[in-house]
Write a protein that binds this ligand. Structure first.
Ligand SMILES: NC(=O)c1ccc[n+]([C@@H]2O[C@H](COP(=O)([O-])OP(=O)(O)OC[C@H]3O[C@@H](n4cnc5c(N)ncnc54)[C@H](OP(=O)(O)O)[C@@H]3O)[C@@H](O)[C@H]2O)c1
Length: 334
């Protein structure tokens, strides 16, 4: 049997947990009976709540899953965390085959072996790439003990994010800006700067906001401060290197404070400084041209003479939010 479509369904189910499950991974699950009929679905909806496999299996009360197949995007857990091991309920319920997208990179998890030891057939690696991308934040956290850093910019065709006087509202359309709200939801916190607050007075609605304000020059009555949990980094609590707040310190500190992923929404200076930490770039492009070389660029942090010294990225995806487009990229090791 081909499990690709069912694994896609697991990924879609898992995404419903975005914004609620951090620091846990996003997980969705489908259960088939012994004849291959779909009988239940589940997903991890909130940190501390049931994992996807348990959610799907607890909906079944007549034993119809006995001898059936369970499909899940991440290796089932085999250890006690906030909830009991998923491998236990899979074994207890008499599931005969488990199909997984990717192994869990958490060294505490040894679910595949535990299932095999119980005589369950395990099929691995179905839509492995898509499953890893779904949990790219979790993978970075577990393997590097650091937050996942994404940068979002919105630029004109000539790569400008504001005019020289700082006017930037609005480069992109309402549709594109609605998508930004969805992107924000994937991240534990958004990060911006005093310069952007002074220029735009943005609200940037989010649960957690990180504000870089070295000299504490922003006004606490401005919109950004009116909602969400605010984390301010200034020269009073952060080392300063070359007149700039130390981003390595900030990202480590944020991680210690439980912020596992950050979406940077700032101007070209912070975007540029943060590039060496970036795991992903969301680049909106509006079909407009400022035509002014003095307009501000999306990434502005150095002078180079040779175009071959440009930083390189791997294209990932393109979506249309008419009339704008959103392209996403991952860094390439230079
Ligand atoms: N279209 C878009 O996507 C978009 C998004 C946001 C903003 N904007 C526009 O961008 C313009 C502002 O751009 P900008 O380049 O002047 O500002 P920026 O990149 O938002 O902020 C730069 C400021 O951030 C502070 N900062 C703190 N730590 C830093 C570090 N490690 N590296 C770099 N900067 C650090 C510095 O202020 P201190 O000197 O006080 O440390 C620096 O002057 C505004 O006009 C706004 O409208 C556009």
């Amino acid at each position: 049997m081909q499990y690709n479509d069912l694994m896609k369904k697991c990924i879609t189910l898992a995404r419903q947990g975005e914004g609620f499950v951090s620091p846990n991974p996003l997980v969705g699950c489908v259960v088939l009976d012994r004849n291959g009929n779909e009988i239940s679905t589940g997903y991890h909806s909130k940190y501390g709540e049931n994992h996807a496999e348990r959610d799907a299996l607890l909906k079944l009360t007549n034993g119809e899953e006995k001898g059936g197949t369970l499909i899940v995007n991440l290796e089932p857990c085999s250890h006690y965390g906030k909830t009991p091991p998923c491998t236990d309920i899979i074994i207890e319920r008499g599931i005969k085959r488990v199909v997984i997208g990717m192994r869990d990179c958490n060294p505490k998890v040894n679910g595949v072996q535990k299932l095999k030891d119980a005589g369950i057939e395990v099929i691995e690696g179905v839509l492995d790439k898509e499953c890893k991308q779904l949990n790219e934040i979790f993978i970075k956290n577990i393997t590097k003990n650091l937050p996942f850093i994404a940068i979002k910019t919105a630029a004109t065709l000539d790569g400008k994010i504001a005019t020289s006087s700082g006017s930037s509202k609005w480069i992109t359309s309402e549709k594109a800006r609605a998508e930004v709200k969805k992107i924000r939801n994937r991240y534990d916190a958004i990060m911006t700067t005093s310069s952007t607050i002074l220029a735009d007075n943005p609200s940037m609605e989010h649960r957690k906001k990180i504000i870089l304000d070295r000299e504490l020059i922003t006004d606490r009555t401005t919109k950004i401060y009116q909602s969400g949990e605010i984390h301010i980094f200034s020269k009073n609590n952060t080392p300063v290197i070359d007149n700039k707040l130390d981003l390595t310190f900030i990202f480590n500190k944020a991680y210690e404070e439980g912020i596992k992923s950050i979406l940077i929404e700032s101007g070209g200076h912070l975007n540029g400084s943060a590039l060496k930490y970036a795991d992903k770039i969301y680049h909106f492009i509006a079909p407009k041209i400022t035509g002014d070389n003095n307009s501000r660029s999306c990434f502005d942090f150095r002078h180079i003479d040779n175009i071959n010294d440009s930083l390189k990225f791997r294209f990932d995806s393109i979506q249309t939010f008419d009339p704008d487009i959103l392209t996403t990229y991952y860094p390439v090791k230079q």
